[in-house]
Design a protein around this ligand. Structure first.
Ligand code: ATP
Ligand code: MG
Length: 430
């Protein structure tokens, strides 16, 4: 992709109202654009990141036998009355349609998925089943803030599983609980499994918390066994001995909740009168689990965790492009043509090897400005072609987290880039 043709640009000025690192950097780098508080457009660069995060979570939910569906976001009032949540969910967006019929914009989908599955699942033989969707959710958050961390419209992957017994639910729940760790590590995040209130349904739910000073949540974590609990329900406080292993000390950590999984027990199935025929012919209760994950909040969290003074540092797995190719312009037409040809060749060769390249081909822009934009955008590998590098038959190779650049022969670039792409992430910022 040629940067000169890319829709959405970096700006020199940070947005004046940005209240967080992710809002400032993502807007300034041309990844997202704010329409109103907590409501954003994803520009091409930002959308590529969001789609990659969604692809990762889709692959990992498929790996635990989740089946993807897409439910409507516009939900009539009736099922919310069945579950008595029309007035109980304070962030519910309500609206009136033709004939004053009332609707809500989905903040979560138990009210749709339970009667949906009820229509197809009649017998114990049809269970367990697990369905998920990746969709925008709507919540009338009183304080939409911190860029992508707390939106009024935001992306969610929500999965719901259905079982004939608590034991089966618990078995599946543990499987998903593990798989979530893979999702987060593939997104370049270390997530801490944290006990949190389970509402009325079970003793605990489990949150996935990412430690960062900008986090809104406070969690307590044992420095020895890693057990963690959200402060909202904690029986412990900072400095206490760990109540689980007894060896470590409880630390207080600021964190962002990026995922949350619950055992819903039979609460929603009971509300809808959802029973299944058991082997002995009796009508059995249906046990449900629900598994939430926020792709847009994850995108914001990655920026909160992986940035430096100059900009963002994307993990290779979710970077908008793998390589930021920079060709430096030259006054002399012949030299300029050689630089352009070398850059074009490198672009084509890399793309042919499935390496995604953003090529800063702008003619009127100084080298310093191009480098500053590359740092801001945060693509993990920068390759520079200039008169100087071409004199050596090379390009300049610099990974985003490194300070020093080195020369790599043009003929070796494709192979070395492929090798680099398949090597483990190294994300330390300087
Ligand atoms: P919070 O306590 O932060 O308001 P929540 O506990 O209400 O979040 P869940 O209902 O557990 O959120 O939603 C599942 C996931 O969806 C969360 O773990 C988070 O990743 C994401 N999420 C929830 N609310 C928002 C929001 N307003 N903006 C962006 N992502 C969100
Ligand atoms: Mg939650």
């Amino acid at each position: 992709m040629r940067y000169s043709k890319l829709f959405g640009r970096t700006s020199k000025e940070a947005p004046h109202d940005a209240d967080s690192v992710n809002a400032r950097l993502l807007v300034q780098a041309g990844f997202i654009n704010q329409l109103a508080a907590g409501i954003y457009t994803y520009l091409p660069l930002g959308l590529r990141v969001l789609m990659k995060i969604k692809t990762i979570v889709r692959q990992e939910m498929d790996a635990v036998d989740g089946q993807e569906v897409l439910m409507p976001a516009l939900i009539p009032k009736a099922p919310w009355e069945t579950t008595k949540r029309w007035d109980a969910i304070d962030v519910l967006f309500k609206l009136k349609g033709a004939g004053d019929k009332e609707f809500a914009l989905g903040p979560t989908h138990e009210e749709v998925v339970t009667p949906l599955v009820q229509q197809y699942v009649k017998s114990y033989k049809d269970l367990p089943v697990s369905v998920y969707q990746i969709q925008d959710k709507f919540r009338n958050e009183p304080r939409a803030k911190s860029g992508l961390l707390r939106g009024r419209e935001f992306a969610m992957k929500d999965m719901y599983s259905f079982h004939t017994s608590l034991a089966d639910l618990e078995h599946y729940y543990d499987r998903v609980k593990q798989q979530y760790l893979t999702v987060f590590s593939r997104c370049g995040l270390d997530a801490i499994i944290t006990e949190a209130s389970g509402g009325v349904f079970s003793k605990y739910s489990h949150e996935y918390q990412v430690a960062t000073p900008s986090g809104e949540d406070l969690i307590y974590q044992c420095d020895a066994c890693q057990w963690a609990v959200n402060r909202e329900i904690a029986q412990v406080k900072k400095g206490d001995a760990c109540p689980v292993c007894g060896k470590g000390i409880v630390l207080e950590i600021k964190a962002i909740e990026v995922g949350n999984i619950f055992k819903l027990s039979t609460r929603f199935a009971d509300d809808f009168g959802f029973r299944v025929a058991l082997e002995d012919g009796s009508a059995g209760k249906v046990w449900m689990g629900c598994y939430g994950f926020g792709p847009s909040r994850v995108m914001g969290s990655i920026v909160e965790v992986h940035h430096d003074d100059a900009g963002m540092l994307w993990p290779k797995s979710v970077a908008p492009y793998h390589v930021h190719l920079v060709s430096l312009s030259h006054k002399d037409e012949d030299v300029k043509r050689q630089i352009d040809e070398a850059a074009q060749d490198m672009h084509d060769e890399l793309e042919a090897a499935d390496v995604e390249v953003l090529w800063d081909d702008r003619e009127e822009v100084r080298a310093g400005e191009k480098f500053a934009d590359a740092d801001l955008i945060g693509i993990p590998l920068r390759l520079v072609v200039s008169e100087k590098t071409l004199a050596e038959g090379s390009c300049e190779w610099k990974e985003r987290h490194e300070i020093d650049a080195r020369l790599v022969k043009l003929k070796d670039v494709q192979e070395q880039t492929k090798e680099w792409l398949s090597a483990p992430e190294r994300l330390t910022s300087h």
